[in-house]
Every structure is written in structure tokens, then in C-alpha cells.
Design a protein around this ligand. Structure first.
Ligand code: SF4
Length: 360
């Protein structure tokens, strides 16, 4: 397969965001505060919006929490997705309250009549539905020893659910097939993508805590994105959801699927390095992270911070700004040209000044 040639999926609109059909891969996350507390929910969504989250999912476990949807929506800018299980009345309330999308499993919503009522209302309100099949929601609990049979079972379940919606002439569908195992998840998405063209929401579910979960998620999501699969994604971490959004953007930017903000190229250092590059890079990274307007709308910018001349000149010349280290000093580059020497104590301030200036 050609590098990044994306699967052609249907376009689905979720509030102000369109996914599928070649649209940008949208970054989403999920709140983890009690949704009965609408103020706490709004507060967390606002933090996520600031980090660049484009679609937010909230779990509404009961009618009381679903009655908060209108109030939450009034106070946020990004589309709101309701995660609902078991009780179709909660989903109906979510639609009444103006939700932008539902995530359900038609299989656990109950009788056909209930699904029919729900689909009719979603259609009337022009709300898409995500069918989210997880390994844990497989109807048949079998002890699959290999990933392929499990992947096939996940796809079969998803297609069963898709058919329920299609039977009601409903095609505003997004699908996810998440498991906590990379091989199974990748195979599931690949099989599904070869059978149906509904947009796919990617994720490795229950990926784990920040470090391991990020590695596991990016390994799995990276394979699928490389194969052109995926229209929106969530990095699922047992951590502050703000971290999920940061990791998602870092992955998409690394794969050149989203291009914005500052990309830092820096060497791992070795015995040739005569500056404390690790300290400098971490200071710059920290300062960049608090520059408010350096978000997904900012101009893409590459800076190179290199320990010595071995690979330093090449990388710095290729970057918008670069510094090649020497003994407690460096050579500063801008757009491939040498600007002169710069002492180590001025690296951070100078680069931050240049970055701010570039974004004006
Ligand atoms: Fe070592 Fe120089 Fe390579 Fe950095 S650029 S890793 S200091 S050889």
C-alpha cells in the first residue's frame, strides 16, 4: 500500500467537525469527572479545548447526568458526544438536550423497538451514532488464543450492529473496534476497513498508565495510520485526559498527518557533546508548552538542537531555526543560514524569542 494513502470513508459531521472523506484526522478525548457535576465537566472540557481537543466524549450513566447536556454544551465550543449504555431513555434525553453524537452499542440498548425509536430520533436530529465495539462487549465470550479469530469476531459484531442501523436507513455511522491488544486491534480495523466505508474512530483501549499507555497506543495507532486507516482517534490513558490530547497531536505531527506548532529535533547526546543539551531542550519544551497561541492553528515550525557538528550542521540547516553545540556555546542557524555564535546561557531565551516572533 502506498504510504498514507487513506481509505476513502464516508463523511460524517459531528457538530462543527467533519470526519471521514479525507478530512483532517480529528483528535478526541473523554472527561473523567462525574458528569452529574456539570460545572466540573465544563471545567475539564475547557482545559481539553485549550490543549487542542476537537471532539469531547462524556459518559452519561443516568438520566440525571444526561439532563446536564444542554448546560454543558452552552459553555463549551467543541462537539459533545454522549457515551451511553443499556438504557435507551438516556440516549433519547441526550438527543432532546441537543447532543452532537451518540456512542452506543445497539446490541446492549435492548429490544428492536427501542433501537428503532432511538435511530428514528437520531435521524430526525441529524446526529451520528458511533458503534463502539470493544473486546469486552463481544457477545460470545470465547477464549481466543490467537488474535485473528478475535478480530473477526469483533468485526462480525460491529457489522451486526451496523446492519441494525442500516435496516432503519441510517448511515450516519462511525465505528470503533478497540481492544487492549495491538495485533487484534490492528487486524480488526484492517478487516473492517476492507468491508465497509464508514469512518473509523481509532483507539487501543485500556492502554494503561501515561508512559506505557502512550507507547502502546502510538505503536498500534501508528500502524493503522500508516496503512491509511483512521478518521478520528483517542489515545486512551489512565492519566489526565489532557495528556491524551498531547500524545495524539504528537503522534499525528510525527507522522506528518497534522502540521502545526513547534517540532523539536534534538540529538540524544554522547561523549562528544560539550553542552548540557538535555537541560536546554527540556527548558525550551516547557516554555513552548505555555505559549498560549501555539496551538493547532499556529504555523508549523521546526527547530533543531544538536550537541555537536557531527550531525548538527545538516539538521540545523534543514530546520527553521537551529543551534549546533560547541564548548559552552553554539552556532545559530535561521532557515539554513548561519547567524553567528551564541553562548549557552542565551540559547533558551533567543529561541523562544524567535519562535514568538515567527508566530506573529
Ligand atoms: Fe553525539 Fe554530536 Fe550526534 Fe549529538 S550530534 S549524538 S553530540 S555525535
Amino acid at each position: 500500500m502506498e504510504f498514507y494513502k487513506r481509505f476513502q470513508t464516508r463523511k460524517v459531521t459531528i457538530g462543527s467537525v467533519t470526519i471521514g472523506g479525507g478530512s483532517l484526522i480529528a483528535v478526541q478525548s473523554m472527561t473523567n469527572v462525574d458528569s452529574r457535576d456539570w460545572k466540573a465537566t465544563v471545567k475539564q472540557i475547557k482545559q481539553l479545548e485549550e490543549t487542542g481537543c476537537e471532539i469531547i466524549r462524556v459518559s452519561f450513566p443516568d438520566l440525571e447526568s444526561a439532563c446536564n447536556i444542554r448546560r454543558i454544551k452552552k459553555n463549551i465550543k467543541i462537539p459533545l458526544v454522549a457515551d451511553i449504555h443499556f438504557d435507551y431513555r438516556i440516549a433519547l434525553e441526550a438527543i432532546k438536550q441537543g447532543i452532537d453524537k451518540l456512542r452506543i452499542n445497539p446490541g446492549n440498548i435492548g429490544s428492536k423497538d427501542k433501537v428503532e425509536v432511538l435511530v428514528k430520533e437520531a435521524k430526525k436530529a441529524r446526529i451520528p451514532i458511533r458503534i463502539g465495539v470493544n473486546a469486552g462487549s463481544l457477545k460470545e465470550v470465547r477464549n481466543f488464543s490467537e488474535s485473528l479469530p478475535r478480530a473477526n469476531a469483533l468485526v462480525d459484531t460491529a457489522i451486526d450492529h451496523v446492519r441494525i442501523l442500516e435496516k432503519h436507513d441510517f448511515q450516519d455511522i462511525v465505528v470503533s473496534l478497540k481492544t487492549s491488544d495491538i495485533n487484534t486491534t490492528v487486524q480488526s480495523y484492517k478487516i473492517f476497513a476492507s468491508k465497509r466505508n464508514y469512518p473509523l474512530h481509532l483507539g487501543i483501549t485500556e492502554a494503561g498508565p501515561l508512559q506505557n499507555g502512550s507507547v502502546k497506543s502510538t505503536a498500534g495507532l501508528g500502524i493503522m495510520l500508516y496503512e491509511g486507516i483512521g478518521d478520528t482517534l483517542r489515545v486512551s490513558l489512565t492519566a489526565d485526559p489532557v495528556e491524551e490530547v498531547k500524545i495524539a497531536y504528537s503522534l499525528l505531527r510525527s507522522m506528518k498527518l497534522r502540521n502545526f506548532g513547534v517540532e523539536i529535533i534534538s540529538c540524544p547526546t554522547c561523549s562528544r557533546c560539550e553542552v548540557d543539551l538535555i537541560k536546554v531542550v527540556s527548558e525550551i519544551e516547557k516554555k513552548i508548552s505555555i505559549i498560549k497561541n501555539l496551538n493547532k492553528f499556529s504555523r508549523p515550525l521546526k527547530i533543531a538542537l544538536m550537541g555537536c557538528i557531527v550531525n548538527g550542521f545538516g539538521e540545523s540547516r534543514d530546520a527553521d531555526f537551529g543551534i549546533v553545540g560547541g564548548r559552552n556555546k553554539g552556532i545559530l542557524f535561521e532557515k539554513g543560514k548561519i547567524l553567528g555564535e551564541i553562548s549557552l546561557d542565551k540559547w533558551v531565551d533567543k529561541l523562544i524569542y524567535m519562535i514568538r516572533d515567527y508566530q506573529k
